[in-house]
Design a protein around this ligand. Structure first.
Ligand SMILES: O=C(O)CCC(=O)C(=O)O
Length: 262
């Protein structure tokens, strides 16, 4: 399993660190990487509480104008860039951004930001990849990544709450048949990142609580997810007024595709 521990790794000079290097190698080879200890556990507990309070109306088994059903009892919703959930530590976590910029490039953007809720009793999700094969051509599998999903679970993802199963190497092979997935336990404070081409599937939630996972799609500047946002009312990015204006230059680059950020 590709799993790198970031506890105690200084955020300065990260792009030169052996941990980022190892995460980059693993991601490139296997199409995913688990990033342990990138956010303090107490912070994730506070984010969980905030989520349950702010998004309580969306924790229900019904697709609405601003949600998308992505499996039985499983929904994707946008999260607003505000409060703790919209803090830089979440959407621009230094370890994640160092890796994103190494895998994509320095101009990488946040293409979408939200949460996947797997409700109590959610069934195993269909096996899928997040984006298409570029140019509808096998050559796409040889190319570097064009987009990736980063997920930060707000409770431990395990056999009971249901983790995200990942098929190593499937971004290059282009299939998952006959291969066993990794089914990592991911504790609060750790995250997982996968290539848009990597096959994966949310596992059943056998617990009695909702399993929320914050997600961000990072992409090359020219890419726009053509799969998950067909529904016009579903927003990719939701800002509170003034959010982009007050942002340091280096982080604002992540929103360079947003007209008001130009
Ligand atoms: O719920 C999960 O663990 C994964 C969700 C997912 O991959 C998706 O909805 O695209």
């Amino acid at each position: 399993m590709i799993r790198i521990d970031f506890s105690g790794v200084p955020t300065e000079g990260l792009s030169q660190s052996k941990e980022i290097e190892a995460a980059f190698d693993g991601f490139t080879r296997e199409g995913y990487v688990i990033l342990d200890n990138i956010v303090p556990q107490d912070t994730v507990r506070a984010l969980h509480e905030e989520f349950l309070e702010r998004y309580k109306d969306q924790i229900r088994d019904k697709e609405t104008a601003d949600s998308l059903e992505v499996g039985a009892r499983r929904f994707m919703i946008p999260l607003q860039f505000s409060g703790g959930l919209g803090a830089a530590q979440v959407f621009a976590n230094p370890y994640v951004i160092a890796l994103v910029r190494m895998i994509l490039d320095d101009e990488a953007i946040i293409e979408a930001f939200g949460a996947i809720l797997s409700l109590s009793g959610a069934e195993k999700q269909h096996i899928h990849h997040d984006g298409p094969i570029l140019f509808n051509s096998e050559i796409s599998r040889l190319l570097p990544a064009y987009a990736m999903t980063f997920a930060l679970p707000l409770i431990e993802m395990n056999e009971t709450t249901g983790t995200t199963a990942l098929w190593p190497g499937s971004h290059r092979r282009g299939g998952h048949e006959g291969a066993e997935p990794e089914q990592p336990t991911i504790p609060p404070g750790s995250g997982v990142m996968w290539d848009f081409r990597t096959y994966h599937s949310g596992m059943a939630n056998r617990s009695d609580q909702v399993r929320p996972m914050v997600y961000a799609t990072y992409a090359r500047r020219w890419y726009q997810d053509p799969v998950n946002f067909r529904k016009e009312t579903l927003q990719r990015l939701v800002f509170e007024p003034g959010f982009l204006g007050g942002m340091p230059e280096d982080l604002r680059k992540l929103f360079a595709h947003v007209r008001s950020a130009a």
